[in-house]
Write a protein that binds this ligand. Structure first.
Ligand code: NDP
Length: 486
């Protein structure tokens, strides 16, 4: 189909609009948060956390080892009886107070999230932090109504829960984990990701401000070994993990045969499906949001774009033109659409997969833009001529890279969308509600969005099938993993 040239070509020039950081007072060094107080790590080991946009260190972070995990689990166990016995309404008030304090410190939290993780301030300010507060508000409301959320059954907390979160939505993932756990009467030991510990540690300050009883929440920064130690601790009643499928499998093996609860929210290779009757301009915006939001560091990113053959040329041309308008650079600039890649390791992983895509014969287009001299950056990239067996169509890239494939019929779209080891999410773009529902029924994906993408709400359950994991977070379904029912 011929592409019509727009009558006016606007060449927007933006002046920089950097968010001020002078009011952010980070400590030089953060300790472990155990039993309501800050304590040095048993090993004496500290690691810097780096701003991925500048490669400058932001603070030194204590690294928890086995002994620290032991102390944190013991503190959580000791806090459990009193926390459990509190009237549910009172427990809910603590969770509500945490939500209010997140709102009060929202600006600071958003800036720190962008400094530590590289995501655009527009996203941390408008998505991550408000949604984190919303999760605490939502689950605060459930605290005294648990049996209504669980079909009138008697419920009791699981006990001490171990929670491990990744670096792509640091505070939001903490909220997804802690809010339902606390509302259900559990105590928690949480490990943030090595590259993004800061907002979890600020949340520890918030727990202190909220006068949460000591030991109810314990935050243990550290690396993969800290997470592995937490998973293997014998006095844990439930593990909740979000991260890579590889580590998820390791955790499943480590917990096999033990009487503990487990939920895994793992990777994805989600299909965003555009039918020929879709509103194409709207779909293009949804494609951009689906894959370039948070630099593509999103487990449910629409990284496989399936376009109906008759509109493929038009969609690709419009998408490519739109990609050229994305502003890549300083995460703290309010104009920025695509920020820094979270770490040098993640950048290498993206580069390796993109190289594999080229080697295997797909056609690569990467937006040309000025990237800062320092920091970790990857410009938005589009692959066409992609075969379903190519690595870039199979493996999670977790970066701003979209692989385009085409289909002719609805049945072929469903077959191609399901041809993956994962099953986390999908998008369907069509003018017809009946088609959207029929396609959604055929898709093996935990979430299916119609004519939108990457919409999140605390009331809505989220989770996967197949190698994307099991268990649901969010909504009333998100209570279930944190209670024993009888
Ligand atoms: P990981 O799965 O390694 O990290 C997730 C969390 O698990 C981090 O807190 C990590 O600590 C911790 N961890 C690492 N090893 C273990 C272990 N053996 N036992 C318990 N916890 C552990 O993801 P990566 O950071 O290595 O990212 C690799 C790839 O995973 C990405 O390229 C992406 O494809 C995918 N990923 C998917 C996510 C999702 O939301 N589905 C989120 C993050 C990554 P530490 O940070 O110290 O390594």
């Amino acid at each position: 189909m011929a592409i019509t040239t727009p009558r006016t070509a606007l060449d927007w020039e933006y002046s920089p609009a950097p968010e001020a950081t002078d009011h952010i007072k980070l400590r030089d060094r953060y300790e472990l948060f155990v039993d309501g107080t800050w304590r040095p790590p048993e090993s004496g080991a500290y690691e810097p956390t780096i701003n991925p946009a500048t490669e400058e260190p932001l603070a030194e972070i204590a690294q928890a080892n086995d002994a620290d995990v032991d102390a944190a689990v013991a503190a959580a166990r000791a806090a459990l009886p009193r926390w459990q016995k509190l009237p549910a309404l009172e427990r809910g008030k603590y969770v509500f107070r945490i939500a209010r304090l997140i709102q009060e410190r929202a600006r600071e939290l958003a800036i720190v999230e962008s400094l530590d993780g590289g995501k655009p301030i527009r996203e941390s300010r408008d998505v991550d932090i408000p949604l984190a507060a919303a999760h605490f508000f939502y689950y605060a409301g459930w605290a005294d109504k648990l049996q209504y959320g669980l079909a009138g059954r008697n419920v009791a907390p699981m006990g001490v829960v171990g929670q491990i979160v990744p670096w792509n939505f640091p505070l939001l993932m903490v909220a997804w984990k802690l809010a339902p756990a606390l509302a259900c009467g559990n105590t928690a030991v949480l490990k943030p990701a090595e590259t993004t510990p800061l907002t979890a540690l600020l949340l520890a300050e918030i727990c202190q401000e909220a006068e949460l009883p000591a030991g109810v929440v314990n935050i243990l920064p550290g690396d993969g070994a800290t997470g592995a130690s937490l998973v293997r601790h014998p006095d844990i009643d439930k593990i909740a993990f979000t991260g890579s499928t590889g580590v998820g499998k390791d955790i499943q093996a480590a917990t096999a045969g033990r009487d503990i609860g487990l939920t895994l929210e793992l990777g994805g290779k989600s299909a965003n499906i555009v039918f020929d009757d879709a509103a194409i301009d709207q779909a293009v915006e949804g494609i951009v949001n689906g894959i370039f939001f948070n630099q593509g560091h999103v487990c449910c990113a629409g990284s496989r774009l399936l376009i109906q053959e008759s509109v493929a040329e038009e969609v690709i041309e419009k998408l490519w033109r739109r990609m050229g308008l994305l502003r890549v650079g300083d995460p703290l600039d309010k104009n920025t659409d695509v920020g820094a890649i979270n770490s040098a390791e993640q950048l290498q992983r993206i580069e390796a997969l993109v190289d594999a895509g080229e080697r295997e014969g797909a056609t690569r287009r990467t937006v040309s833009c000025d990237l800062p001299d320092r920091g970790y950056w990857f410009a938005p990239t589009l692959f066409t001529d992609v075969a379903p067996v190519h690595k870039i169509a199979v493996e999670e890239i977790f970066g701003p890279v979209v692989s385009v494939m085409t289909f002719r019929t609805q049945a072929e779209a469903i077959e191609k969308a399901n041809a993956t080891a994962y099953g986390l999410a999908a998008g369907v773009w069509t003018d017809k509600g009946s088609r959207a529902l029929a396609v959604a029924r055929g898709l093996k994906a935990g979430v299916v969005w119609q004519n939108t993408y990457n919409q999140f709400d605390p009331t809505s359950p989220f989770g996967g099938y197949k190698e994307s994991g099991f268990g649901r977070e969010g909504g009333a379904a998100g209570l279930r993993p944190y209670v024993r029912v009888s």
